[in-house]
Design a protein around this ligand. Structure first.
Ligand code: CP
Length: 308
């Protein structure tokens, strides 16, 4: 049984096999319409979501299975003890997807004496593995390959850049982090050492040097969703807005990269902050393909984890 708490530990071949299966499913969904017949995915959310919830649930439907949305606050997870509750859920469901407040929660659910079925991380403060699988699928779909594709991530180093840098560098895409700061909550030194060893990861704070010749410019929110409207976080949000504005993924940034460059954003996006209207909705944007590909990539992942 395999849990997917992060991509850390997965090799490039495994990542690309998910990507290729996701592309095949998108081309011919009818071939996979019974692949998870009778299977159930429990989808537990401690935080809000549009893409993760909808893509997992519709993905299960397309595979002949069923997804159950579980709001953390209406369960006994907080009072019953996480390992026991996860163990119970795994007596009903064939897999569990959880979007926790903290990584520790998803790790506990996958730990000893807890779930006996695969546990998938649907985003925590350190990793967003399902997003990264959809992102590399989108890059391969658009560019026809991953090896040698230049991916530049602009803004704050965070959970999304952690998983994306891992997926890119393990599959031979060249990843550059162009970020003046990293979100301290997202740091994983062990994963960083692993991606550095691939030779496909670098950090380049100079914007001009980083973006020139890039095939993909990628950005994400500068402030995580749980803090976005939190008045206590407002001074830090204002500080970040000043620092990161120079890294905005906009029309001028795409022009600096060159005509081959596409823009990507995992969404939800904040127009006028980390991205402009053109970067998100213009003809060079892959953001909506990324959002769709969450579903196909996760369908591929689910079939790998719980299919026959
Ligand atoms: N990108 C992403 O995870 O979107 P949601 O927060 O809407 O699930």
């Amino acid at each position: 049984m395999q849990h997917v708490l992060a991509l850390k530990g997965m090799d490039g071949k495994w990542i690309e096999s998910i990507v290729d299966l996701g592309i095949a499913m998108k081309k011919d969904p009818s071939k996979y319409s019974q692949a998870l017949k009778g299977k159930t995915l429990a989808m537990i959310f401690q935080k809000t979501s549009t893409r993760t919830r909808l893509s997992f649930e519709t993905g299960m439907t397309k595979l002949g299975g069923h997804g159950i949305f579980v709001d953390w606050r209406t369960t006994q997870l907080s009072i019953g003890g996480i390992p026991d509750e996860a163990k119970v859920i795994s007596r009903y469901a064939d897999a569990i997807m959880v979007r926790p407040m903290k990584h520790e929660t998803v790790a506990t659910m996958a730990g000893p004496n807890a779930s006996r079925v695969p546990v998938i991380n649907g985003l925590c403060e350190r990793y967003h593995p399902c997003q990264a699988l959809a992102d590399v699928m989108t890059i391969k779909e658009k560019k026809g390959k991953l090896k040698g594709v230049k991916v530049v991530y602009l803004g704050i180093g965070n959970n999304v850049s952690n998983s994306l840098s891992y997926a890119c560098s393990m599959t031979g895409a060249d990843f550059t982090l162009c970020a003046p700061e990293k979100d301290p909550e997202s740091l994983d030194r062990e994963e960083l050492e692993t991606v550095k060893k691939t030779g496909h990861y670098k950090e380049e704070p100079d914007i001009e040097k980083a973006v020139k010749g890039a095939d993909i410019l990628y950005t994400d929110t500068w402030v995580n969703m749980e803090y976005f409207n939190d008045p206590k976080f407002a001074p830090e949000k204002a500080r970040r807005e000043k620092i990161f504005m120079a890294y905005q993924l906009n029309r001028a940034m795409l022009e600096r990269a060159g005509p081959q460059a596409n823009s990507m954003h995992d969404m939800p996006a904040h127009i006028g902050y980390e991205i402009d209207e053109y970067g998100l909705r213009g003809e060079r944007s892959l953001a909506f393909d990324q959002a769709e590909n969450r579903m196909w990539a996760q369908m591929a992942l689910l079939v790998k984890l719980i299919g026959q």
